[in-house]
Every structure is written in C-alpha cells, then in structure tokens.
Design a protein around this ligand. Structure first.
Ligand code: CTP
Length: 225
C-alpha cells in the first residue's frame, strides 16, 4: 500500500478506537502417544468469525488457534497451538498487552497423565480393558482473568441443561465480564443462537443467525462501558 493510501491514525475513526484483542478458537489436543489424542468436536468457526469481525471493526487481533481447518481471517495475527498448556503459554504472552479477550476455544478439561514416547500397544495377554489416567488441565480463562484489571474478558459456556444458571455461575467463578451461552448444536455448525450475560443480567440475545452475524454482536460488547 502506498503511504498516501494508508489511513492516517489521526483521521481514521476506526484507528482511534482500535483495541488489542485476543481471541482463542478451536479445540485443544491432548496426546496419549505419538498418534493418539483426546479432543472435541469444536471446528473453531465461532472464534475465527469473532477474529474476523474484530479485525473488520478496526481492532488489532491476535488469534490463538488449536488444530482446526480454517483460513486465517484478513488482517489477523495467528498463533497455532496444540495442547491446553501451549494455549495457556501463548495466551499469557498476548494477554499481557491486550485490552480484551474472547475465550472461544473449547479447551480440553483433562489430559493424559503421561504422553507415551512410543505407540500404546495392546497387552500381549489379550486383556479387554485398559486404563488411561487423566489429570486436570488448568482453567485458562480463570487463570488469566484473575488479574485482568481493566481488560475486558468474554468467556463462553456450552451447556446441555440449566444453561442460564450455569452461565451466571461461570461468569462469577471465572471473573469474566461477559459469558456467551450457547448449546452443543453450535459446535461445528455455520449458525448459532447465543445469550450473553454480564453482571447486570442478560445484555444480548441472537437467535439462529450465521456465525459472522453473531460475531459482530459479540465484538460490539467492546463498545459497552
Ligand atoms: N475454559 C478454559 N480452560 C479450561 C476449560 C474451559 O479457559 N480448561 C474456558 C472456555 O474457553 C470457555 C469457558 O472456560 O470460555 C467455559 O468452558 P466450559 O468447558 O463450558 O466450562 P468448564 O470450566 O469446563 O465447566 P464445566 O465442566 O462445568 O462445564
């Protein structure tokens, strides 16, 4: 782009309001051995749509993505990670300089206690059962939001029952400013319905819209006081 075509930071309204926004997206993978892992159905679509909408709104976006098959949205800086602990390390680094976080990733709650260096073999005695020992992963959202100061933190809740009660409980427990409640049908779909809760109760609701539209509503949470 020639210097003349570049928007001036003094004249561009979008640049004046530009925030540093971190978005996490997709699943994490927790490896059992070199070829097997625990993960979930997350496609990353919602997080990628939020990153795209935030960049379109003029924000500086860092997208921390688990293993997904999604193109990087225009103008977004992408950091690829695999496990929950890798995501936490990338998140801590980006959140240090950020103004806001959308924690849309479907982080695996548990990981195998040990990652085997060779392939996990069936027992030679022909046993029909096996035990995989799991340990809890850190709660990434709660970890970084604990000392968030003025940074705006938006978490997600995927619930199959008692959604509103559980979303409000997560809002408090994870020290988020907002929690976006959705259900399992949204996991790899192109559309989604969400309810957004803040300390003041429900602040937004979107019914069965394409994720790009849902994302634009969520990004507008950054304009609220
Ligand atoms: N989350 C996180 N780290 C984890 C698990 C979840 O940061 N280890 C974040 C998700 O990115 C999401 C929010 O926490 O923004 C809610 O995730 P969810 O899996 O619904 O909540 P859990 O803490 O796992 O609670 P529960 O198992 O009771 O549903």
């Amino acid at each position: 782009m020639s210097p003349a075509a570049r928007p001036s930071s003094k004249t561009s309204k979008r640049t004046a309001k530009a925030l540093r926004v971190v978005v996490t997206a997709g699943p994490t993978r927790e490896y059992v051995d070199p070829v097997r892992f625990l993960s979930n159905e997350s496609s990353g679509k919602m997080g990628f749509a939020i990153a795209a909408a935030a960049a379109k709104a003029g924000h500086h976006v860092t997208l921390i993505a688990g293993p997904v098959n999604q193109p990087t949205p225009q103008g977004v800086e992408r950091v690829d990670v695999v496990s929950a602990r890798e995501m936490l390390a990338a998140l801590k680094e980006s959140f240090a300089d950020a103004d806001a976080l959308f924690m849309a990733a479907a982080v695996a709650d548990f990981r195998p206690r040990r990652r085997l260096s060779g392939k996990w073999k069936k027992k030679e005695d022909g046993a029909d059962d096996a035990v995989l020992e799991l340990v809890k992963n850190p709660d990434l959202l709660a970890t970084v939001a604990r000392r968030k100061g003025k940074r705006k933190v938006i978490g997600f809740a995927l619930e199959t029952s008692n959604g509103v009660r559980r979303a409000l409980e997560k809002l408090r427990r994870k020290n988020a400013d907002y929690i976006v409640l959705n259900d399992a049908s949204a996991l790899s779909a192109g559309r989604s319905s969400v309810q957004v809760f803040g300390a003041e109760g429900e602040v937004a609701r979107v019914e069965d819209r394409p994720k790009a539209e849902v994302a634009a509503v969520l990004v507008s949470l950054l304009d609220r006081d």
